[in-house]
Design a protein around this ligand. Structure first.
Ligand code: AMP
Ligand code: MG
Length: 491
């Protein structure tokens, strides 16, 4: 059994990029779950991680001798307001490892005690939010969406004071890196052009090595981040995901979904859906996510201006060109995904309208987003299979007119019914982490120390595109009394 072979690189950047800090020990660490599949991917020894010394590391009680723990500096726009210094206030990077595909991955403890960036916070995490992040990030990975991962969760045996006293926990998070749009802003806001350049070179080397070959590497970097984010947000929309706090410090330059706080999946389709209790004005509503992503990327472009060109005017022109691509790239990706969701392989002029018409009747009829698409595959071959999908619409007849246009369009495709059904089911999940199930899972764990529902949710969500008859109830939308109206970051 062996401890992790860290291969750290961020720590070799200048001192102002981070602070060296050790985790603060906890009372009585207990392993809730270890993601052994991910451990294998990371070439970590799952047996060691689950052993007492492994749990000592996962709780921050004792690190292997080769660890060089740090908290990273970053800034960010929070709900549109710039905060020049945020940083890892309750997270500590244990180190980096090279995974079995040769990719560098960060291993970070979240909730491991105060750091120089904690401001007034306690550096801790409560069990509920740790479980939410574990489940939702792993569900996103199983859905095929770029995301940070959960390697492990431990309870600490300590309580954390929020509105009430809650059990504490530590999440071990894995990311391609934890560099955010706000990391660039940290240096830009200080007029530290050298810092911006060093960070940009590091991100190019780590995430976008092709950009180094470009005649304008920093412009190529900006293009690459914009493309990655356009694709990511399109994928969020396609599965009904709402991040909840798309502040610039919560946007990864590697294009992974990061910082699961008051995130949620939409039940009934509505562009204005907001769950986060702190999002009073709906800034981060489901349908606003593309424009917010573009806003955040504009902040990234601003931070990069001094390295984009010698003079300000050409730098602004380059930034603008790069940003102009976002909307088209997002739409292309979104509509390609939507065509697949409704079973189309070829592309025709009326397809975008066909999709928009469906979304419109779904909104008007309070149709469940996930189930509508999942059940559509049964209706593809004829009206005899459309009972289940029709019943999701407040007025089922509203579906019929659309369905007849849709079937007409499907008639121009070459695919046979079975192939189409399989293709649709491979992109339309049956299971998503629904809010009411997450809340029930958290209550069981926090109030009754019962992790059964957590394990069951993890199991069902690991195969979201497969029908799992024994877990059929997890596909169901909430009953009116189960409906969750608000989610909280719980930080
Ligand atoms: P978040 O809302 O989780 O993205 O966090 C925003 C900022 O607040 C980051 O700099 C976090 O490190 C910091 N933060 C959040 N919760 C805590 C906490 N309990 N203790 C210290 N810092 C925190
Ligand atoms: Mg954050």
């Amino acid at each position: 059994m062996s401890y992790p072979q860290f291969d750290n690189s961020y720590i070799h950047l200048p001192d102002r990029f981070f602070a060296r800090v050790d985790p603060t020990p906890v009372a009585t660490p207990r392993l809730i779950r270890l993601n052994s599949g991910l451990a294998e991917e990371l070439r970590l020894d799952a047996g060691w991680l689950a052993s007492p010394v492994g749990i000592d590391m996962l709780s921050g009680n004792r690190l292997p001798d080769n660890a060089e723990p740090i908290a990273a500096a970053y800034a960010g726009h929070q709900f549109g307001q710039f905060v020049p210094q945020l940083g890892d206030g309750r997270a500590i990077l244990l180190g980096e490892v090279i995974d079995r595909d040769g990719a560098r991955r960060d291993i970070q403890l979240k909730g491991s005690g105060p750091t120089p960036f904690s401001r007034r916070g306690d550096g801790r995490a409560a069990l509920g939010p740790v479980l939410r992040e574990y489940v939702v990030s792993e569900a996103m990975a199983a859905l095929g969406i770029p995301t940070t991962r959960a390697l492990a969760a431990v309870t600490t045996g300590d309580t954390v004071a929020r509105e009430t006293l809650l059990p504490g926990a530590v999440l071990t998070r894995v990311a391609s890196s934890h560099i955010r749009v706000g990391t660039f802003q940290f240096f830009a806001a200080r007029g530290d052009v050298e810092g911006v350049r060093i960070l940009a070179d590091y991100v190019i080397a780590r995430h976008y090595p092709n950009a180094a070959e470009s005649p304008e590497p920093y412009r190529a970097l900006l293009d690459a981040v914009i493309a990655a984010q356009a694709d990511l947000v399109a994928q969020w929309l396609l599965v009904g995901f709402i991040h909840g706090v798309m502040n610039t410090d919560n946007m990864s330059v590697a294009g992974e979904t990061i910082d699961y706080g008051p995130c949620a999946f939409m039940d009934t389709y509505d562009l204005g859906t907001v769950f986060s209790a702190i999002d009073q004005n709906g800034r981060y509503a489901y349908g606003n996510q593309p424009s917010i992503a573009q806003w955040n990327l504009t902040r990234l472009a601003e931070a990069l201006l001094p390295v984009l060109a010698e003079d300000q005017d050409s730098a602004v022109a380059r930034a603008q060109e790069a940003l102009d691509v976002f909307a088209t790239r997002f739409k292309t990706k979104f509509h390609a995904g939507m065509r697949r969701k409704i079973g189309l392989v070829t592309e025709q002029d009326g397809d975008v309208t066909l999709v928009q018409d469906l979304l419109k009747i779904m909104a008007e009829n309070g149709a469940d987003y996930t189930l509508t698409f999942r059940r559509l595959s049964d209706a593809a071959s004829g009206a005899k299979g459309d009972k289940a999908v029709r019943s999701l619409f407040g007025d089922p007849t509203s579906f019929d007119g659309w369905a007849s246009n849709w079937r007409q369009r499907l008639g121009q495709e070459q695919q046979d019914d079975d192939t189409r059904r399989a293709a649709m089911n491979a992109v339309n999940p049956a299971y998503i982490p629904r809010n009411h199930q997450i809340e029930a899972m958290i209550s069981a764990a926090v109030e009754q120390d019962d992790f059964g529902p957590f394990g069951e949710l993890m199991e069902v969500l690991s195969r979201p595109y497969e029908d799992q008859p024994s877990f059929a109830r997890y596909a169901e939308p909430p009953q009116p009394h189960e409906r969750v109206l608000q989610t909280f970051c719980g930080t």
